[in-house]
Design a protein around this ligand. Structure first.
Ligand SMILES: Nc1ncnc2c1ncn2[C@@H]1O[C@H](COP(=O)(O)OP(=O)(O)O)[C@@H](O)[C@H]1O
Ligand SMILES: [Mg+2]
Length: 240
């Protein structure tokens, strides 16, 4: 049955010394959806993404990705990750960075590299070294690296911070196209209009999922006008 889900977590706990970053978390995400992790700073979004990918070992519990318990080397080429902290070679060009990731994943084609660079609207900067780019451009280049091998599951950790609104809309349109192709996306955000675009949301607070559902469903359950107000109610910080 576990194969019915693109990913599953059971009783995930991650402690860093006295800090419990993820605090007993169960999660199921079906294939072909965009699942949004919505939560304030330090609520455990980045840690959860790392646990789900198998980059970080859990203190307790387990995660399964595409039917395999993580970590599993066989998953490497099937998963894409855009980390919150941009991981690019500053002294290489955009094109060289994307080519490097494509080759690392055994998925290099010149057309594939050009396609993702075009998708993130960096075609005219393809030959620029990363060090010369703005923060938003670096983020776009980082997304190109995460997409170039056509992963089945994509983890995006606050992908649109510093990205212009019009390009942000294009990103989300592309995420929807990927979903239509069966790609599963897990995205962390604290931007409310992005959260609205997710198929389903998990509200993360102090390392726990305090509520799950569609944006509309969560607002209705909380009797709230906005997702922000709903979050405050579910976390016990809003007036009931
Ligand atoms: N490597 C680490 N060592 C120690 N504490 C960490 C580490 N990574 C995260 N934390 C702590 O875990 C909590 C959750 O962090 P994080 O997962 O980065 O949250 P978010 O991405 O929601 O901002 C925070 O209190 C953070 O300081
Ligand atoms: Mg984070």
């Amino acid at each position: 049955m576990s194969n019915a889900y693109a990913l599953q977590a059971k009783g995930l706990v991650k402690r860093f010394g006295s800090i419990t970053a993820v605090d007993g978390l169960d999660l199921q995400v079906e294939p072909g959806v965009t699942y949004g992790l919505l939560g304030p700073n330090a609520s455990g979004k980045t840690t959860l993404i790392r646990l789900l990918m198998g980059i970080l070992p859990p203190t307790q519990g387990e995660a399964t990705l595409l039917g395999k318990r993580v970590p599993d080397r066989a998953l490497r080429t099937r998963v894409g990750y855009m980390p919150q902290a941009i991981a690019l070679y500053e002294d290489l060009s955009v094109q060289e960075n994307v080519t490097f990731y494509a080759r690392l994943m055994g998925a290099y084609t010149a057309e594939g590299v050009a396609e993702v660079i075009g998708l993130v609207d960096l075609a005219d900067r393809a030959k620029s070294i990363v060090a010369a780019l703005s923060g938003g451009m670096k983020r776009r280049a980082s997304l190109a690296c995460a997409l170039v091998h056509r992963p089945e599951v994509l983890f995006l950790d606050e992908p649109t911070v510093g990205v212009d609104p019009h390009l942000r809309v294009q990103f989300w349109e592309h995420f929807q196209r990927l979903n239509a192709q069966g790609v599963t996306i897990v995205v962390s955000t604290h931007i409310m209009d992005e959260a609205e675009r997710c198929t389903r949301l998990g509200l993360l607070y102090q390392g726990r999922l305090i509520a799950e559902g569609t944006a509309k469903g969560l607002r209705e359950r909380a009797g709230a006008e906005t997702l922000e107000q709903a979050f405050l109610k579910f976390s016990g910080n809003g007036q009931a």
